[in-house]
Design a protein around this ligand. Structure first.
Ligand code: GDP
Length: 297
């Protein structure tokens, strides 16, 4: 389960407070010290942890009055609310274009799950909106990425526009968008190239594709298992492309939770979806409050 250790440690830190009738400054200090360590061990960004602890302390010691809750329960509620805030407060959906198609550009490092997520998203849109998406295969560098997307398209009965790997990404996207217009697809999902790390050539290509496609959404696909590295990658992509949101993949294998907890606060960009497995149905909307509740158990 994601956040396993973090969850246990925060729950332990708070359990002593739960039934207390009166809470001292020392109690608050001790609980926040434990939570701080747990968050740092979960690989949450240092600054994010600092702001969180300071907000919890200020509120807990400021004697907020919350109806019938005991002081211990009040602190738990404060921690819950501040964790939710850290992850962005409310759920954020996709930007919709006023006219079809709504264009979604997937970006991210190689191996993060970009191609799989493009398929998951197509499936999600068909299930929730009866959408008729078109996938565009513009990852021309990773061997087999185009074929992988075509296989996914077949599994979902979703058309995939591709020109193999010899045309440029810019040409493929230009032509793919024309096909979407002709066929009146309501969504276009563009799978783009990734690299093992951010480089200038990749960013130039992605900027060109952005300029051609005018995407309503640029979704940065991030591997949750890479923890704080993920937040650095997010900052890098965001600086060049101004992404609109994040898809956090491999949450099923992420026992720490650092990326999920840091990305919003570090980049200011919302997590829109999470991936929890390799299957094309393994995609969920992201709800900060539900995630905070899960951590607090
Ligand atoms: P790309 O290089 O970014 O296009 O990455 P791929 O879509 O090829 O995915 C890389 C690997 O990660 C594949 O084996 C996927 O099945 C796997 N993968 C993608 N998303 C998830 C996820 O949410 N959970 C798990 N466990 N595996 C995932």
């Amino acid at each position: 389960m994601a956040f396993e250790n973090l969850s246990t440690r925060i729950q332990t830190a708070l359990s002593g407070l739960r039934r207390k009738g009166k809470i001292t400054q020392d109690d608050v200090n001790e609980a926040t010290r434990e939570i701080r360590l747990a968050l740092l061990e979960a690989d949450v960004n240092f600054k994010v942890v600092k702001d969180f602890v300071s907000a919890v302390k200020t509120r807990a010691l400021g004697q907020e009055v919350m109806g019938s809750l005991t002081p211990g329960q009040q602190i738990i509620k404060i921690v819950d609310e501040e964790l939710t805030k850290m992850m962005g407060e409310t759920a954020v959906g996709l930007n919709k274009s006023p006219h079809i198609p709504t264009i979604i550009m997937m970006v991210g490092l190689q191996g993060t799950g970009k191609t799989t997520t493009a398929g998951k998203l197509a499936n999600h849109l068909m299930k929730t909106e009866h959408a008729r998406p078109l996938l565009i295969a513009a990852d021309i560098y990773r061997p087999a990425a185009v074929d992988q997307l075509k296989v996914i398209g077949e599994q979902l009965s979703v058309p995939v526009y591709d020109e193999g790997t010899s045309a440029t990404a810019e040409t493929i996207v230009t032509n793919g968008l024309q096909v979407a217009e002709q066929n009146k697809n309501d969504y276009v999902i563009i799978d783009t190239a990734g690299r093992l790390e951010i480089d200038e050539q990749l960013m130039t290509e992605l900027k060109n594709v952005k300029q051609i496609a005018h995407p309503d959404n640029i979704l940065l696909v991030i591997d949750a298992m890479t923890g704080q590295v993920a937040t650095q990658v997010a900052e890098g992509f965001d600086q060049s492309l101004d992404v609109t949101g994040v898809v956090l993949t491999k949450l099923d294998g992420d026992t720490r939770g650092g990326a999920a907890l840091s990305i919003r606060a570090v980049t200011g960009k919302p997590i829109i979806f999470t991936g929890k497995g390799e299957k094309l149905t393994d995609l969920d909307n992201f709800y900060p409050d539900r995630m905070a509740n899960r951590i607090l158990g």
